[in-house]
Design a protein around this ligand. Sequence first.
Ligand code: ZN
Length: 416
Amino acid sequence: MNHSIDADDLLERFCRYVRLDTRSDPHSATCPSTPGQWDLLRLLESELKDIGAAEARLTSDGYVLATIPSTSNNNGIPRLAWFAHVDTATELPGGAKPIVHRKYDGKPIVLPDDITQQLTIETTPHLREKIGQDIITASGATLLGADDKSGVAVVMSAIRHLKNHPEIPHGIIRICFNPDEEIARGMTKLNLDELGADIGYTLDGEDLGAIDFETFSADAAVLEIRGVSIHPGLAKGVMVNALRLAGGFLSALPAEVSPERTSGRDGFIHPVELEGNADHCTVRLILRDFELNGLAAKRTAVERVVAGLRIVEPRAGFTLTFSEQYRNMRYWLENDMRPVEMAREAMRRAGLTPSSTAIRGGTDGSNLTARGLPCPNLFCGMREVHSRREWVSLQDMKKSAETLLHLAELWQEKTP
Ligand SMILES: [Zn+2]
């Protein structure tokens, strides 16, 4: 069976996609949040039709869906869905000028539009392992956008290969390219009935051979503080300053339970926004932990600080509300590890050593898994994401696409 992906096609696709500026915008209320994302979504819809994918369509909310029909007589094979997001990180401009460093020679890579941006084997993790490979960077003025256009290009290349090689046996494969992952709204408008899949895989991971199936569990908290206003000239004994209370609240949070002082499996409480004036203000926080009891303890810690403030300043009003953001996908996957085991075996067949670490964040798959579609995250080659030094190896992207081919075949092979 031919599982060798066409590297030239993969590279051309990747460069075509990263040239489009698809940065998302958390302040926009639309879906997709930015018009640039439509350009890539429309391009993908038309390329899927050219490749010969079935049922290719772009929804009014900006999701590109398509089907690769089954090539097997077995109707019981779980339907797979492959996901990648079209938007790029909000903090840096998109619209890269991709530069291909063929057969990388190990010398420093200087990005021409900003020569202070350099990649060297001494300072860039994993670059040394890629000597001899084809490295792609941006020019220094933008991010590259390999997060997640390497995932998009990998999925497109794998589909094209399957269409050109119908002798590879597999079940139904659904494709979904979604907007707005970087602003945590990637899956909000996706209709899972319309998607029609049993197992999902996001192509949005970094380390070669990585399968992520454990993420943070995440809550948000909002504290509204109402003080007492009066002209400062008449304020003695009357004014209650909401901003001073907010300052007291922030300094009473446990400093060691913060993102800047934790790593590994430790969670944190993280104030992200303060807004308001002396009369009233709002503090927004995010709470993270791998375990639900750890997350509950963080809610309790915040509640305790607010309870203390209520005693100190009974004239002020405090309203504290929590909301659930996403949950560790391990809670669902550990009941049925086949989606993870199958991906591990597919990577071995692609010549890789699979590895898994608990990721200190969430993925589109966290949301999907909690909604009933088990969805681990697979590597697709991206490195140093959300930076001007972002890079990717063409050979790593090729391995990722070949993993998908083995994965499709494995689910067929292992279904009685
Ligand atoms: Zn991503």
